[in-house]
Design a binder for this molecule. Sequence first.
Ligand code: ARG
Length: 588
Amino acid sequence: MKKILDLISEEMKKAFEEAGYDRELGKVSLSNRPDLCEYQCNGAMAGAKTYKKAPIMIANEVAEKLTVSEIFSEVTAVMPGFLNLKVKEGFVTAYLKEMEASDKFGLKKPEKVKKIIIDYGGPNVAKPLHVGHLRSAIIGESIKRIARYVGHEVIGDIHLGDWGLQMGLIITELKERQPELVYFDEDYTGEYPKEPPFTIAELEEIYPTASGKSKEDKAYKERAMEDTYKLQNGVRGHRALWKHIIQVSVSDLKKNYANLNVDFDLWKGESDVHDRIPGMVEYMKKEGYAHESEGALVVDVKEETDTKEIPPCMILKSDGASLYNTTDLATIMERMEEIHPDQLIYVVDKRQELYFEQVFRCAKKTKLVEGNTDLRFLGFGTMNGKDGKPFKTRDGGVMRLESLISDINEQMFCKITDNHEVEEEEARKTAKIVALSAVKYGDLSNQASKDYIFDVDRFTSFEGDTGPYILYTMVRIKSILAKYKEQGGNPETVALQNSLSPSQKDLMLALTKFTSMMESAYEELAPHKVCAYIYELANAFNRFYHETKILTQEDEQVKAGFIALLKLTLAVLETCIQVLGFEAPERM
Ligand code: ARG
């Protein structure tokens, strides 16, 4: 289906042509002055120089050609040469009817379906999820859903941090505490126990303890490095323990991500590409890409046009150990071989931007990716507290994601039960749904690359540019639809009708923008555009609702037309919150 602005522009272009001007001047845009008109065309001004004519004269001639039009109800030429436009009710209704009848509201299928891998989440095994991981999960999930909705084939990969020093630290600390464990008996050749020798709670305590000790105690740190080395080089007991760590940690992560409505197609990690590293290193050496520098193996990635210093990409440390870079490059190699993606999108803290620049350049230079593979870094800003500093607990510690979410759930629960009487169980369920919308919308409504202030009071408010406000609007529509049924109406058979008021027309026009919004949200990887759109749509709906007698409307046909409009509004809102990664309750 064509976008509404394209249809309108087409009509305007015809008029420019008929009046003897270049048709390309007829491009129409949304109005900058919604008080005066719905759309506008600035082509007369753009053409004035070429045609050596006052813009207003051109505008008048074009307007003349549009006195009879299927699309425009008003075309006014105003000084110095704008064309102010309003569209016919029937045109808008017909457009919405077609939208309603089309798959995905008429969104065009992509010309080429792309295979896209989104690397997001990126938690580190055995370390509790903290608020720093929230943004990657929320933004990545939404980008994945948007790209999928638009029609691409998308694979989400969590890319666990499961191979570094943190694993060695845990093993060292376990050995300290329980040296008798069979995993540490080098002569043991039997099978290892199925059950892990620790719980998630223990694990989460072990890591920070070990990490703290390694900072104080050099010998301890050396032992941890040695344990990391042993793990990476396949010492049986170490591998078995590591598997337990992953198993315990991953099942906890799955629970946490499920609570956030975030799910991954692949649960791969840095460790998965371990066996590829020697071959990759060999290849980079053999082809002359990598060279030694102060004992380390590096690939130069600076380019002549650089305005800032881009250091070489380090492939192996001087002790031969692999690094974060190495696993990322080997992962690119694996993804290319196994999945052949057209695009790789990394949703990671923007402080890793330079790092990814190096990795991408290195991957291209060493031909791990084909020339047309699009490597994209979507860096997000920091989530700050009200004081403008990175978000912390009240006593200044790192806030665990679980506590943050349960605090907000609790706050939402109080709000809901304060408002009216509800069964505890239902209120808990609703609170969870609404709280998630508060957190996700609060995050996604900001441009990803910007830092933002995590303001729980504002995010959980039922008024203003918030998730709960959007849900509240949807619940309001649901309740009207339910009452319509109670009155004996059948929402299945209602049909859209021409608008009867300016607020109704505004709502209808807002709905027509859906497809172009979704396309640009995808192209620009910008969930905030979806948020801005549903905020506009919800506002338009609420204005209409406050000005209109819907259920008490006497004329049944008019009422049915309103109900049809409500249904479409709800359906569009449902789609939008689905791609943002949250849902609406039945009641609030
Ligand atoms: N685990 C990393 C961290 O906590 C994030 C991983 C991002 N993805 C990647 N492919 N490097 O910083």
